[in-house]
Design a protein around this ligand. Structure first.
Ligand code: UT7
Length: 315
């Protein structure tokens, strides 16, 4: 026995809302296609805020909800690929802005939309060897900065946002029992790195990634149930990465997961990548759909290709 539990959650999205109607004026698309093919009604894009602002606001909310002071934090991980700067990392910017202790370990983790799940697992390992028992795990993405506006099948998908959790490590808590994987298939979902001759833009072969998603999410779900010895009925809530409403609909139908046990907020935020799972967690907590006794199964998938699952409890 020993593991982490979620002690507080928070989230933040930019004010500026991009509607399907607006997109249909600037791109060769239409509101009906976007809604029926993705479930997205609108998304939020940065205007006056920065990536660092979103991280800070979400993390402050999580700390407040957890009742934890910044000086109690021993480690901070931000799952992201769109930080304001490569150096300093978004996590180091958070360390500075929140006043986290100077001896806390702070770094960014890049695993696309699976980033938050990988970060939770990494945090559980880190806190097992840390003199402090609290950690900050943030998923933040500002993909609007790297949207390819000439690709109508991807430019309509992405939104900006941040979700944060304060986690508590204890030797008497169960592990989140994370599963994780990567396929090395880097051809169907890419963002090229820093290159003076080209802009970094999102490239995704939607259909191929969709096919991957509807195979890997059931795989993760089965593996997590096997690993934890739980059945579908033992899980209070299922939180899936919000990539496309049709992926979630497919999975809940396949497993007969009742409507009150899963959540979709993709209509409001679009695909926020590493931020999508922690934003869902924060909204579920705020709406009192989950509480201290809940057992929540999270599944993320995306760039890499990568995938991962974790069974979360709360304290
Ligand atoms: O977060 C990381 C993981 N990401 C995912 O899991 C995303 C997975 N993929 C998807 O969500 C979907 O594949 C997309 C939403 C990206 C695309 O939906 P799709 O149903 O797979 O559409 P498609 O790319 O196969 O395109 C179908 C048709 C095409 O027209 P034709 O060739 O049938 O005439 C496209 O040109 O829809 C057309 N199309 C559009 N039409 C209007 C593609 N994008 C648009 C658009 N508006 N924005």
């Amino acid at each position: 026995m020993s593991g982490i539990r979620i002690k507080g959650t928070g989230f933040s999205v930019p004010e500026h809302i991009i509607t399907n109607e607006y997109l249909s004026q600037i791109v060769d698309t239409n509101e009906e296609w976007i809604l029926t093919r993705t479930g997205i009604e609108h998304r939020h894009h940065l205007s006056k805020e920065s990536h660092s602002d979103l991280c800070t606001w979400a993390a402050r909310m999580a700390l407040k909800n957890a009742g934890i002071q910044p000086d109690e934090i021993g480690a901070c991980i931000v799952a992201t690929l769109t930080a304001d700067d490569l150096v300093p990392s978004a996590a180091c910017a958070l360390q500075r802005d929140l006043g986290l202790p100077q001896d806390s370990i702070c770094f960014d983790l890049s695993a696309g939309c699976t980033g938050f799940v990988f970060a939770l697992h990494t945090m559980e390992c880190l806190l097992a060897n840390n003199k402090k028992k609290y950690g900050l795990v943030v998923g933040c993405e500002t993909l609007s900065k790297i949207i390819n506006w000439e690709d109508r099948s991807t430019c309509i998908l992405f939104g900006d946002g941040a979700g944060a959790t304060v986690v508590e490590f204890d030797e008497n808590y169960s592990s989140i029992q994370a599963i994780y994987g990567a396929s090395g298939n880097d051809q169907i979902l890419r963002v090229n790195g820093v290159d003076p001759n080209k802009r970094s833009l999102i490239y995704m072969e939607g259909k191929a990634v969709f096919k991957f998603a509807v195979e890997v999410v059931p795989y993760c779900l089965d593996e997590m149930l096997k690993r934890t010895g739980k059945k579908i009925d033992d899980v209070d809530f299922f939180v899936f990465h919000q990539a496309n409403a049709r992926i979630i609909d497919y999975v809940v139908k396949k497993y007969h997961i009742p409507a009150e046990k899963y959540y979709k907020n993709i209509s409001e935020y679009g695909n926020t990548s590493a931020a999508s799972i922690p934003i869902v967690l924060a909204e579920l907590w705020e709406q009192k759909k989950i509480n201290k006794n809940s057992c929540v199964l999270c599944i993320g998938f995306g760039g890499g290709l990568t995938w991962g699952g974790a069974m979360l409890e709360f304290s």
